[in-house]
Design a protein around this ligand. Structure first.
Ligand code: DHB
Ligand code: FE
Length: 279
């Protein structure tokens, strides 16, 4: 059966793509962010995942406000990045894993998750950022299965539902008849708000409480409804739902292997967390 190696969650910001393109890794502004990835690179070199299930939120590239699935999953042989309008170079195509995609679709729809299945799917910076950070040079070491959670148009799925989704994905991966080594990715957050009266809002206390909860009380965030999460983390900070889904896939017991937190990159409180299943 397939094995889940761990859950890796990270913030995403289009400016990361620009910093990589302009080789700004050692620039004083960017260094605290890029340096945070060194332990993750060592872990990846040791554990070599074959597939990454990527919980992320699309920002208007693949889905626009006219058609907005709550949960969508890729079932494509290949995923292409395209111009989002941020002026960052596009990255190489990502290979999909259709066997895992259809296994997840069968299992999750069977459990009552009404997923939108996408046999074609463009992926934006929320997918490219973490993969570029994991595999500098765009030599993608893992196939991907993108799982998109709506955080851009209300009503959003609840934290409780995102936990349930991640939990179901985790159980389905562990039941997949394959010898693949799988990593869960969560892409989004932490606190940030790009628009409105609170533009620039960051909530360090809440971010640190959330990070701590993932290690010691992982369902903690499910007590908040999505409006309370927006209040605490900002209109875009609610992207932290991706971290909750990735964490849930590990089951209740898991150990924290690495954490980095740095304010800000662009308008965002940047977090990085690597956890592995325990026992
Ligand atoms: C920024 C953050 C995001 O999550 C995003 O999707 C786009 C931009 C930012 O901080 O600039
Ligand atoms: Fe975002």
């Amino acid at each position: 059966m397939a094995q889940i190696l761990g859950a890796l969650s990270t913030s995403h910001v289009p400016a990361i793509g620009r910093a990589i393109a302009n080789k700004l890794q050692q620039d004083p502004y960017w260094k605290p962010y890029f340096d945070g990835w060194a332990p993750v690179h060592r872990w990846l070199a040791e554990h070599k995942p074959d597939v990454a299930v990527v919980f992320y939120n699309d920002h208007g590239l693949n889905f626009f406000l006219d058609k907005m699935p709550t949960f969508a999953i890729g079932a494509a042989p290949v995923y292409r990045n395209a111009d989002e309008g941020w002026g960052i170079p596009q990255v190489a195509d990502f290979a999909g894993d259709q066997d895992l995609s259809w296994h997840l679709i069968e299992q999750l729809v069977g459990e009552g998750f009404d997923l939108t299945t996408c046999q074609e799917m463009l992926v934006d910076h929320a997918v490219t950022n973490p993969l570029q950070m994991m595999y500098p040079g765009q030599a993608w070491g893992a196939r991907i299965v993108p799982v998109c959670i709506n955080t851009v148009q209300f009503p959003l799925p609840s934290a409780r539902r995102c936990w349930a989704l991640g939990d179901a994905v985790g159980r389905a991966v562990r039941a997949w008849d394959s010898d693949a080594r799988v990593v869960m990715l969560g892409s989004g957050g932490l606190s940030h708000q790009l628009d409105g009266q609170r533009a620039g809002f960051i909530n360090k206390d809440f971010d640190l409480a959330f990070l701590e909860s993932l290690a010691h009380d992982p369902r903690w965030a499910t007590r908040f409804d999505t409006r309370q999460l927006v209040e605490q983390a900002g209109t875009q900070g609610v992207e932290l739902l991706m971290w909750l889904a990735a964490r849930a896939a590990l089951g209740d017991k898991a150990v924290r292997v690495h954490q980095n937190y740095h304010i800000p990159i662009s308008n965002t409180a940047s977090g990085l967390l690597l956890m592995t299943p325990s026992g």
